[in-house]
Design a protein around this ligand. Structure first.
Ligand SMILES: [Zn+2]
Length: 202
């Protein structure tokens, strides 16, 4: 897994690069095929990712069951009736959204978005998450072009009120950021101490 700052959405490409993908279109034959067990033809997939059972609900809609790590992973076959192409989609077992493809991860199939979210929340330290939130709130209040808006060492206390904003609202927003920064600093100091050891000077 790459190190550094992780932002779920923009970095999903990096998370998904190593995974094999299955596309909705490979299941086209299963829309009319008889129900039962099937196996995907792939050298990249584990046998648990290859074996599936095709079933039908009472309303006639079809779904696939992959048994991975002893748990059933349900993938529905869905047609997009809103478009003329009537394209086939598969649903993600995690978010249930219609997708054109799913990724084979260690113990599951999941869509790109679910993989990204999963890894972002796992790899991002609480301190990084807090820093990202503080920077976001600062930008909402002072704008992206404000000098030092990203600089965590700068104290926001002396930053001026945007002209159009009421004092009361401004103070509420600024206090919220100050409150988060008070939480942020002990975490940051603890981490700097472990990285710099004896040489650390606050
Ligand atoms: Zn998903």
């Amino acid at each position: 897994m790459p190190k550094g700052n992780h932002h779920g959405r923009t970095k999903t490409r990096a998370y998904t690069a190593g995974y094999h993908r299955i596309y909705a279109k490979i299941f086209k034959n299963l829309v009319t095929a008889s129900l039962g067990n099937y196996m995907l033809d792939s050298d990249y997939l584990s046998s648990e990712h290859k074996n599936l059972t095709l079933s039908e609900q009472t309303d006639g809609s079809r779904y696939l069951t992959f048994t991975i790590n002893a748990k059933p992973h349900l993938v529905a076959l869905k047609f997009d009736n809103s478009s003329a192409s009537n394209k086939l989609y598969i649903t993600c077992p995690y978010c249930q959204k219609q997708r054109q493809s799913l990724y084979a991860i260690k113990y599951a199939y999941a869509c790109r978005q679910c993989i990204g979210l999963h890894y972002a929340s796992q790899s991002e330290r609480p301190q990084d998450r807090l820093m990202r939130r503080i920077r976001k709130l600062r930008k909402e209040l002072w704008g992206c072009d404000w000098p030092d808006v990203n600089n965590m060492f700068e104290n926001i206390y002396y930053w001026s009120k945007p002209k159009w904003m009421r004092w009361k609202i401004f103070e509420q927003k600024r206090n919220k950021i100050t409150e988060l920064e008070k939480k942020y600093w002990p975490m940051a100091v603890a981490r700097m101490k472990t990285s710099f050891g004896e040489n650390f000077i606050l």
